[in-house]
Design a protein around this ligand. Structure first.
Ligand code: GDP
Length: 296
């Protein structure tokens, strides 16, 4: 696939015409362009460094030095490495648990947790034929509870009521009891988010995790989040055994470098991408396609 990066690298190679062959220095120049492309896509700096080191090793392993089209060869190495880092095949939601399978949603406020909870409910109802209950543990924002109620109904799932005067753990236990008694297959637990990482929030979600023993703990992260994605991802990874990532707002014009940062920091698979505000705007994440987008 032709990309802005391929064009740049082809130009670099043209400038080298007259030289007998590509040298290590030329490869360094090309890698500098790759580095720029990743930084422009908002991949976090330490992640870029690691990535470039891995690509350099492969590139200098003769593949680029000896090839007839060194620019294109390097781009395809970069593409392959990006896709390999971000993906590991299709990773749908794991429901292998004694019902109800609990799915815990984690992430900062505004990342898209509530929207994604309803999108997942719709996905599990329509694609996996499951009976789905949702509950909100966000006792700090009554509007967040109401929002979950509204979108849950739109998704065709059932909503379990909670109120701001309750404790998140009590809400979780009550919802779990109800889900068991009424034979729900899945319980989706939306949680409170803050605008920035904060210790009380992390303790709360850790306690919820311990009480609920979820089969999936999904980290919801905004693809528009740039360099900061790495800090958010680190904090959530330290607090919780994440089983997957949902990258939201990929319909925006960001190049989505956060995908690489978050994947590398958490080690968890990117399972879904949010591609609209609407409830059908959830797609299985496609690592190869996303690699092309990051390179621009
Ligand atoms: P929460 O605070 O993490 O629960 O975030 P919300 O679910 O309330 O989402 C915050 C805002 O982002 C809302 O306006 C959503 O409509 C919007 N949003 C969530 N996911 C997506 C997405 O994939 N694409 C777009 N364009 N907007 C989204």
């Amino acid at each position: 696939m032709a990309s802005a990066l391929t064009d740049k690298l082809t130009r670099l190679v043209k400038e080298m015409r007259g030289q007998a062959r590509i040298t290590e220095t030329n490869v360094q120049d090309m890698l500098r362009e790759v580095r720029m492309a990743l930084l422009e896509a908002d991949v976090a700096l330490p992640v870029v460094r690691d990535f470039i080191a891995r690509v350099k090793e492969k590139a200098l392993g003769q593949e680029v030095l000896g090839s007839l089209k060194p620019g294109q060869t390097l781009v395809s190495i970069v593409n392959r490495e990006l896709a390999a880092t971000m993906g590991e095949g299709v990773a749908d939601i794991n429901l292998a648990a004694q019902p109800p399978a609990v799915i815990l949603m984690a992430g900062l406020q505004g990342a898209g947790k509530t929207t994604t909870t309803a999108k997942l409910a719709k996905h599990l109802i329509e694609k996996r034929k499951k009976k789905v209950l949702t509950v909100s543990g966000d006792v700090y924002r009554p509007a967040a509870i109401e929002q979950l109620k509204t979108v849950t109904k739109q998704a065709g799932a059932e909503w379990f009521p909670s109120t701001p005067d309750q404790k998140p753990l009590d809400i979780a236990h009550a919802a779990l009891d109800y889900a068991k008694k009424h034979y729900f297959d899945v319980l989706l637990v939306d949680t409170a988010g803050r605008l920035a990482i904060d210790e009380a929030l992390m303790k709360e979600i850790k306690d919820l995790h311990a009480a609920l023993n979820p089969v999936e703990t999904l980290f919801v992260v905004d693809a528009m989040q740039g360099q900061d994605a790495i800090n958010t991802a680190k904090a959530f990874k330290e607090a919780l055994p994440l089983t997957g990532i949902v990258l939201t707002k990929l319909d925006g014009d960001s190049r989505g470098g956060a995908a690489l940062s978050v994947r590398q920091i958490t080690g968890a698979p990117i399972k879904f991408a949010g591609v609209s505000e609407k409830l059908d705007g959830l797609e299985v994440f496609d690592a190869e396609r996303h690699a092309g987008r990051i390179l621009g």
